[in-house]
Structures are given as structure tokens and as C-alpha cells.
Design a protein around this ligand. Structure first.
Ligand code: NDP
Length: 283
């Protein structure tokens, strides 16, 4: 079974749009998402556009702030502070990656944790690790929703997560652990990756290497979640970390690339923005 992230994302966004319509009447304004793009990398610009389109579709107002690639770290932090202090802004997101002279962690830490819709701020990461309320990172949240939608049992299963970034691998492993899976995290130093992946009832792959996971690396009937977004070196087309044609016949359920995790990441970003707004309005 192929799990369509597109369809589930549509459902999530429709649900948000319904809530926004009634909150607008109750609180007098719609949620407002602010997205900062530093430089003009075409892929980043594309992601920013998709986020803006999704915000419009659910009835949010949104602002795209384009800043030059040579902006200093200090200037960028000052701009973020202005947005932190602006009561009309509910969510702030800085599109990654950033130019090399800007330290990512300094920028993430400059965002007000209550407006950190990406869920990357140390306070939100801390909340995840301590199982207390906070903003959860969008991609891991979307992955859990995809597994739930597909009816995949998580408790008691062996989940293998490949990748340990703070954006995907690490937080998704924690969310799976919190749902009582037994979790193994693999990474670039893992010896014999196939020996680990073949044990997985749930396999989440977040590496960024096209088609690395082959059919013989997957257990029959496994739920396979492909987070990777790369270009196939042969065809130039967008593809995932999983060799879909080889793995799909063996998998119980699988997400496609594109159309799997990607749309869910954006839907969860909208959900996080709505949460930031409602928390503020209901304070
Ligand atoms: P990072 O580069 O931060 O992390 C990659 C991880 O993969 C690292 O932990 C690295 O190990 C591990 N790794 C690299 N090569 C291997 C290998 N050969 N075997 C096992 N592990 C390996 O990437 P991200 O987590 O940010 O993103 C991963 C992928 O997911 C990318 O393709 C990205 O574009 C995509 N992505 C997709 C999103 C979506 O919405 N669909 C959202 C976010 C990311 P080590 O730690 O040892 O270096």
C-alpha cells in the first residue's frame, strides 16, 4: 500500500482551514506566518513559495521576507528580534540552509520559542526529550501521522531510523520511542546497514542519498517511510533515499517521493502555526 502524504496533508489542511474560519470571528484576525529567506537559492525559494501557498490555502496571512545572502549574522538576528516583538506575528521560520558565514544554531536560538513553528529551538527540543508540551518538529510529526493513517501498529514494534539529524532522525526516533516502539538509530558509521534495516518493522530513512536502500535491505511487510529528497543521478528526477521500484513490492506500506513525507511536513507547519496563534489568543 502506498501512503499518500498528499491526501493526508489535504485532510489536515482542510481541518485547519475550518478552525481558522471560526477563530477569525472569535479573535478578530487570522494566524500570521512569517518566512525569512536569506539569499536566492532556487530550491529554498521553491520551499518558501510552497509554504506561502499552503498558508494562503488554510486562510493564514503570511509574509515572505527576502534578505540578501551577504547579510551579517547580527543583522539577521536583529530582524528576527523585531518579529519576536511584533504581536501580529504568530510564527517565524528561517528557511535552511543558510549561507556559510551565518551560524545556524545562533539563528534558531534567536527565534522566540513560542513562535518557533519549525520546532528547532533548544527549548522545544528539550520539551520533546522531557515529554512536556512544546512545538514538535514538522517532519517527525508528519511521519507519525502518516503511520497512524496507514494503521501501522507502533507499540512493541522494532523501528529503525537511519539518520540522526536534529531536524528529522533524532526527533522521529524519540516520537517512536514515546509510542513504545523499540528504536535503533543508524548513521554513517553504522557497519552493515542492511543487517540492521532487515530487522525493522518500521523503517524511516532520512539520509539524503538517492536510492541507497535496496529491496534486499528491507524486511517483508515492513512500513517504509522515505524522508530523503534528492535527484536521481541517472534521470535527474526527484527521488528518495529508498529505491522505490525494488522496495515497494516487499513493503507492507511505503511513502512515495515526491508526494509522501514532503506534503505532511508543510501541513504540520500549518498546524504548528495555528497552535502558536491559539496559545497566544487563549492566554
Ligand atoms: P543531514 O545531512 O543533517 O543528516 C543525514 C543523516 O544521514 C546523518 O545522520 C548521517 O550520519 C546519515 N547518513 C549519511 N549517509 C549515510 C549512510 N551511507 N548510511 C547511513 N547513514 C547515513 O540530513 P537531514 O536529516 O536534514 O535530511 C535527510 C534527508 O531528508 C535529506 O534528503 C533532506 O533533503 C530530506 N528532508 C526531507 C524533508 C521532507 O519534508 N520530506 C524535511 C527535511 C529533510 P552521520 O550523523 O553519521 O553524519
Amino acid at each position: 500500500m502506498i501512503i499518500s502524504g498528499k491526501e493526508l496533508a489535504k485532510e489536515v489542511k482542510e481541518n485547519i482551514a475550518r478552525k481558522v474560519a471560526s477563530y477569525k470571528i472569535e479573535y478578530g484576525r487570522e494566524p500570521n506566518l512569517c518566512v525569512i529567506l536569506v539569499g536566492d537559492d532556487p530550491a529554498s525559494a521553491g520551499y518558501v513559495r510552497s509554504k506561502g501557498k499552503a498558508a494562503e490555502a488554510v486562510g493564514f496571512s503570511h509574509t515572505e521576507i527576502n534578505l540578501p545572502a551577504d547579510i551579517t549574522e547580527h543583522q539577521l538576528i536583529d530582524r528576527i528580534k523585531e518579529l519576536n516583538d511584533d504581536d501580529s506575528v504568530d510564527g517565524i521560520l528561517v528557511q535552511l540552509p543558510l549561507p556559510k558565514h551565518i551560524r545556524k544554531h545562533r539563528i534558531i536560538e534567536a527565534i522566540d520559542p513560542n513562535k518557533d513553528v519549525d520546532g528547532f529551538h533548544a527549548k522545544n527540543v528539550d520539551a520533546l526529550w522531557h515529554r512536556i508540551p512544546g512545538i514538535r518538529a514538522c517532519t517527525p510529526k508528519g511521519i507519525i501521522k502518516l503511520l497512524d493513517k496507514a494503521g501501522v501498529e507502533i507499540a512493541g514494534k522494532h523501528a529503525v531510523v537511519i539518520g540522526r539529524s536534529n531536524i528529522v532522525g533524532f526527533p522521529v526516533a524519540k516520537l517512536l520511542l514515546d509510542r513504545n516502539a523499540t528504536v535503533t538509530i543508524a548513521h554513517s558509521h553504522t557497519e552493515d546497514l542492511g543487517q540492521i534495516t532487515r530487522q525493522a518493522d518500521i523503517l524511516v530513512v532520512a539520509i539524503g542519498q538517492p536510492k541507497l536502500i535496496k529491496g534486499d535491505m528491507v524486511k517483508e511487510g515492513a512500513a517504509v517511510i522515505d524522508v530523503g529528497i534528492s535527484r536521481d543521478p541517472e534521470t535527474g528526477k526527484i527521488c528518495g533515499d529508498v529505491d522505490f521500484d525494488e522496495v515497494e513490492p516487499k513493503a507492507g506500506v511505503i511513502t512515495p517521493v515526491p508526494g509522501g513525507v514532503g506534503p505532511m511536513t508543510i501541513a504540520c507547519l500549518m498546524e504548528n502555526t495555528l497552535d502558536c496563534y491559539t496559545r497566544k489568543m487563549q492566554w
